[in-house]
Design a protein around this ligand. Structure first.
Ligand code: HEM
Length: 493
């Protein structure tokens, strides 16, 4: 044996000796985890392929008004609580209303928000969706302040109506267009105005909107950071959007230094600069993620309402009665703009909103993980496991909602002859729940109600082509929901 061979043998022996304790520890941990898991009473289920688990089946697109074949088959085989391997992690999936509520209400103590790492990569590490603990609480306080009830009643109410009218004023009699794109334009303009005082239609707002479309395609795509992928393009758009927001922030700071009084003081950017000590990075991620949270979800909800209503003429008729009445009373009192009292009169509209969110399920499931070993109704949820409360499965559960696949706004009426609204509201969680309940739920409902008000007062509409909403799992209309509109005023001439 040569000297160099002997030395390399000695090196390998040393390496083995050096690594041995770590290898033994790893083996021990593995055995302990296996033993512990064997002693757990896990729910039934199938862990699928190594690493991939059952993720591909779980994410296969399906009609948004259903729970999809995967869920249906798993529930019928294993029950409403089952185990699986999803997004690369052992997971407990819950279609059970009690467990879902238990998970959301024990946020921070037994469970914690845990979105896939790619979401943090694109929305930013300071995005509210990925933050936990004190930092989440601080950001939440800022968002709730910005979306407070007082601001909704005054400032936002006016702005929502203004932006609705702006979008609807472009709908020419007998024209055909994508209702989903129009809903997106409306909610984007509203958020851009409210967050950074950007005016709709201006070149800079349009530029930002275009970047945002690319950004969104990446948020919902596979997180592959390779040349040409939607994810890579979205990361580039993220940088451009952040640069834009930073420019707006610097401009604002300059004007604040000059002591100039400015009317935009009321927007989120102004508020954060004046009242918080967030770093630049935190401000940019907060603004980006609020723009995301506030624009994607409510635009899909409005498109779904347009879709469901055209399939249910009796609900359009009932809405027209309600809104004609409000409009008549306003004309009599000489007022033009909608106010909070008008909004409170929109009772059937609220039923339409609830039913749209129940049946359409804009957000279908949430991402959580167990912080401790948790026992629920005889089943164990091991610490560190992913937990998915599937809110759509509860909303479409035939043991909780009569004929769940039917669009029936009357089920939400307090004196509802066709279903009990009290019982229904106990199972209803379109905005999540617990300490992370959607911060914009009231704004979203206001947007939908004001949009519906002007829609049913001014237009008849029908589908220009068959279309359907799919869950990818984000909800999207395959063809963008093409509709043809007729102006009511012209139809009566
Ligand atoms: C129909 C429309 C909407 C739906 C269905 C919806 C749904 C949800 C859901 C389910 C969550 C909880 C996520 C989780 O627990 O993991 C959430 C959180 C959130 N939503 Fe919405 N949302 C809507 C509109 C809005 C709007 C208009 C805003 C306004 C900017 C907004 C801002 C937020 C924020 C900031 C959070 C994070 C709350 C937190 O982590 O404390 N949402 N939303």
């Amino acid at each position: 044996m040569s000297e160099s061979q002997a030395s390399s043998m000695f090196d390998s022996q040393l390496l083995v000796l050096f690594l041995l304790p770590s290898l033994i520890s790893l083996l021990l941990i593995f055995i302990i985890v296996q033993r512990k898991q064997a002693s757990f009473n896990l729910p039934p289920g199938n862990m699928g392929w190594p690493f991939l688990g059952e993720t591909i089946g779980y994410l296969r697109p399906y009609s948004a008004t259903s729970i999809g074949d995967f869920m249906e088959q798993h529930i019928s085989r294993y029950g409403k609580i089952y185990k699986s391997n999803l997004f690369g992690e052992p997971t407990i999936v819950s279609a059970d209303v009690g467990l879902n509520r238990f998970i959301l209400q024990n946020e921070g103590s037994l469970f914690e928000c845990s979105y896939p790492r790619s979401i943090g990569g694109i929305l930013g590490k300071w995005s509210m969706l990925v933050l936990v603990g004190d930092m989440h609480r601080d950001m939440r306080i800022i968002s709730l302040n910005f979306l407070s009830h007082a601001r909704l009643r005054t400032h936002l109410m006016r702005e929502v109506e203004k932006q609705t009218l702006l979008v609807l004023s472009n709908w020419k009699d007998n024209s055909t267009f994508s209702a989903q794109d129009e809903a997106k334009r409306f909610t984007f303009n509203l958020m851009a105005k409210h967050i950074m005082s950007l005016d709709p239609g201006k070149p800079e707002t349009e530029q930002l909107r275009k970047e945002y479309v690319t950004f969104m395609k990446g948020v919902v795509s596979a997180p592959l950071n390779l040349p040409g992928t939607a994810y890579r393009k979205a990361l580039q758009s993220r940088s451009s959007i952040l640069k834009f927001i930073e420019g707006k922030k610097d401009e604002r700071i300059e004007r604040m230094k000059d002591g100039v009084e400015y009317r935009e003081e009321d927007d989120l950017l102004g508020w954060v600069l004046r009242h918080s000590n967030l770093s630049t990075e935190q401000i940019l991620d907060l603004i980006l993620s609020l723009l995301f949270a506030g624009h994607e979800t409510s635009s899909v909800a409005i498109a779904l309402a347009i879709f469901f209503l055209q399939g249910c003429p009796s609900s359009i008729q009932k809405l027209q009665e309600e809104h004609n009445e409000i409009s008549r009373a306003k004309k009599q009192s000489g007022e033009t703009e909608l106010n909070w009292e008008d909004y409170k009169k929109m009772e059937f509209t609220q039923c339409v909103i609830s039913e749209t969110l129940r049946l359409g399920n804009v957000v279908r499931f949430l991402h959580r993980k167990a912080l401790k070993d948790v026992r629920y109704e005889g089943y164990d949820i091991p610490r560190g496991w992913k937990v998915l409360p599937v809110i759509s499965a509860v909303h479409l559960d035939s043991s909780l909602f009569e004929q769940p696949q039917r669009f029936n706004p009357w089920r939400w009426q307090s004196n509802g002859a066709r279903g009990s609204s009290m019982a229904a509201s106990n199972y209803y969680m379109p905005f999540g729940g617990g300490p992370r309940l959607c911060a914009g739920s009231e704004l979203a409902k206001l947007e939908m109600a004001v949009f519906i008000h002007h829609l049913v007062l001014n237009y008849y509409w029908e589908l220009a082509d068959t279309d359907q909403a799919f869950a990818y799992p984000f909800v999207d209309f395959t063809k963008g929901l093409p509709i043809t509109v007729k102006n009511i005023a012209f139809s009566h001439e």
